[in-house]
Design a protein around this ligand. Structure first.
Ligand code: SF4
Length: 118
C-alpha cells in the first residue's frame, strides 16, 4: 500500500511516496530531497506532530499576544491545545519565552509567548 505525503520541512514541499505494510506500518519512502524528508515520513506515519501557533487577547493590551508550542505536539491534540490556550489567563507584562500554558494537554511541552507585551 502506498501513501502520498507532502513534506512540511521547508517551502519546497517535496511529494513523498510512502510504502506501508498490510498493517499500515512504515516500510520505505521515496521523493525526498534531503534527510529531513526521509525522517519526516516514518514519523508522520507513526506519530504525526505539529507546532501549534495562536494568538490570545490580553486584558489591558490592544495588541494580541502571539504564542506557540515550544516543540511539536501530537497532531490529534491540536484542538485541545487551542482550547487550553483560549482558557488561559495571563497578565501584563509578558516577555518572549514566558510560559503561557505549562505542560499543555499533559504533553510536557509548554506554550510560550513569541512577543513582548508591556
Ligand atoms: S525533503 Fe527536504 S527539501 Fe524536500 S520539503 Fe522536506 S525538508 Fe524540504
Amino acid at each position: 500500500m502506498e501513501k502520498i505525503l507532502t513534506c512540511i520541512g521547508c517551502p519546497m514541499g517535496c511529494q513523498l511516496t510512502v510504502t506501508l505494510d498490510e498493517n499500515g506500518a512504515f516500510q520505505s519512502v521515496t521523493g525526498y530531497s534531503c534527510k529531513v524528508g526521509k525522517e519526516y515520513a516514518p514519523n508522520e506515519i507513526a506519530n504525526p506532530t505539529r507546532m501549534v501557533t495562536s494568538v490570545m487577547l490580553v486584558p489591558g493590551s490592544r495588541t494580541p499576544l502571539s504564542v506557540k508550542t515550544a516543540r511539536a505536539i501530537p497532531k490529534r491534540l491540536i484542538f485541545d491545545c487551542l482550547n487550553e490556550i483560549r482558557m488561559a489567563t495571563i497578565a501584563l507584562p509578558i516577555k518572549i519565552g514566558d510560559v503561557i500554558v505549562p505542560n499543555v494537554c499533559g504533553t510536557g511541552i509548554d506554550v510560550v509567548a513569541t512577543r513582548n507585551l508591556k
